[in-house]
Write a protein that binds this ligand. Structure first.
Ligand SMILES: C[S@@+](CC[C@H](N)C(=O)[O-])C[C@H]1O[C@@H](n2cnc3c(N)ncnc32)[C@H](O)[C@@H]1O
Ligand code: SF4
Length: 409
């Protein structure tokens, strides 16, 4: 995640090339606000986030003001680049830990977005929340200001696993945070991680059962990735901890799918389950469907019409650029049509609704032989193919990258 791709230097005025505005009215528009602060860094995480010990606390105090300046800047850039004005379909505050900021700061950034662009009436407005960095008063304030959803980083219900992950919360904090979000009238989601060193299948089943008992609208379950440069990567390298093998990962994924399905959740993306269509993450669906989004804040990525750019990561460097009325974008890349097509296959194949076979064929992907083999190996659904869709089976979801590689050829 923190390994940025290599792009060309982004222009100081932020102006977008002509391809950004092409067919913009056919795509929805989304806002992501990256809040790069955490109480402590978890050993496995390489997201762009900083503790007060690392950078002091002054960046946190000026953060909302700087971000509001980037919102003004984004409006100007889009206008000057001829991209048609659209209101936002979703807004997502992620991190880091957005709820480390005062609620008033999140609210002032949201208000600025609303005043500048407008937000659709039915929009999902989500904040990520760490279980030990949020309370009911805070969430009531967010709800009153228009937030609709809280995504809570539960990760595990087992203290031993939380300790290996170096999480600062305990299992009790999760139930309290979910109850607080519900009492405030917010839709709820929890994030889980499986495949942590020392975690057994029984530990994982316990986590799933606890997550189900919270009666949230949505659950994400991601396998633990060993990101280069993290403390976890060093621990694995010197043999201090051992990552479970692929078979255990597969068994854990199957347990998740089975228990969540029994509990009334439906899988709609390889790692995401929802109680209903309405409670799916509309913001993440926009990423997976290659819509347009502006990512505000240090290190945030944006994507408009195949133009992708990413901001400087360091909060002080971000502030310097914003204060000098310069674009905070560090680099950008222009994704050509062929690569946009490849990205579409990579992302949409992972969705339960699947990917349109006629479109795939029209782009030269998915030969008859490849598709027959994938059906024979029970990785894609045979009857769905006959009705014109490539859709992963449960086994296929475990091998989604393999299926994508075969389709792309
Ligand atoms: C970056 S965090 C931000 C939200 C919040 N700070 C939290 O931890 O819940 C978003 C999600 O990414 C997950 N994440 C971060 N690094 C990961 C990794 N190496 N493997 C799998 N999930 C990871 C976190 O556990 C969390 O659920
Ligand atoms: S709390 Fe979330 S963002 Fe912060 S270090 Fe841990 S996983 Fe990363």
């Amino acid at each position: 995640m923190a390994q940025f791709p290599k792009g060309e230097t982004a222009p100081q005025d932020g102006l977008l090339p002509a391809q950004a505005k092409l067919n913009a009215e056919l795509r929805t528009f989304h806002a992501y606000i990256h809040v790069p602060f955490c109480k402590a860094r978890c050993g496995y995480c390489d997201f762009n986030t900083y503790t007060a010990q690392e950078i002091g606390s002054s960046s946190q105090h000026t953060f909302a003001k700087d971000l509001i300046t980037e919102i003004d800047f984004s409006k100007q850039v889009l206008e000057n680049s001829g991209v048609p004005q659209r209101s936002f379909s979703t807004v997502f505050f992620g991190g880091g830990t957005p709820t480390l900021l005062p609620a008033e700061d999140l609210i002032s950034m949201l208000q600025k977005i609303r005043d500048s662009f407008g937000i659709e009436a039915e929009a999902d407005i989500t904040t990520e929340a760490n279980p030990d960095a949020v309370d009911v008063d805070y969430l009531f304030k967010l709800k009153a200001a228009g937030f609709t959803r809280a995504s809570i980083g539960m990760q595990s219900a087992v203290p031993k696993v939380l300790a290996v992950l170096e999480r600062t919360h305990n299992p009790e904090n999760v139930a309290i945070a979910v109850r607080a979000a519900k009492n405030a009238g917010l839709a709820t989601s929890v994030d889980l991680i499986y495949g942590t060193p020392t975690e057994t299948i029984d530990d994982w089943v316990e986590t799933l059962q606890q997550a189900i008992s919270l009666d949230t609208d949505h659950i994400s379950a991601y396998s633990l990735i060993v990101e280069p440069g993290t403390k976890l990567a060093r621990q694995v390298k010197v043999g201090e901890v051992e990552m479970p093998d692929d078979d255990i990962h597969a068994e854990m994924y199957e347990a998740a799918d089975e228990l969540l399905t029994k509990a009334g959740f439906t899988n709609y993306e390889v790692s995401n389950w929802s109680k209903s269509v309405e409670t799916r993450s509309k913001h993440n669906l926009a990423y997976w469907k290659s819509m347009d989004w502006w990512g505000y804040g240090p290190g945030a990525h944006s994507h408009i019409g195949g133009v992708r750019w990413w901001n400087v990561k360091n909060p002080a460097a971000y502030t310097d650029r914003i204060t000098a009325s310069q674009s905070p974008a560090l680099e950008r890349e222009l994704i050509d049509q062929e690569n946009q097509n490849i990205e579409r296959v990579m992302l949409e194949t992972r969705l339960a609704e699947g990917i349109d076979l006629a479109w795939l064929k029209s782009k030269g992907f998915g030969s008859q032989e490849v598709i027959s083999n994938l059906i024979a190996e029970q990785l894609i659904d045979g009857p769905a193919v006959f009705s014109g869709t490539i859709r992963l089976t449960t086994k296929g979801r475990l091998l989604a990258d393999f299926v994508v590689r075969n389709l792309i050829g």
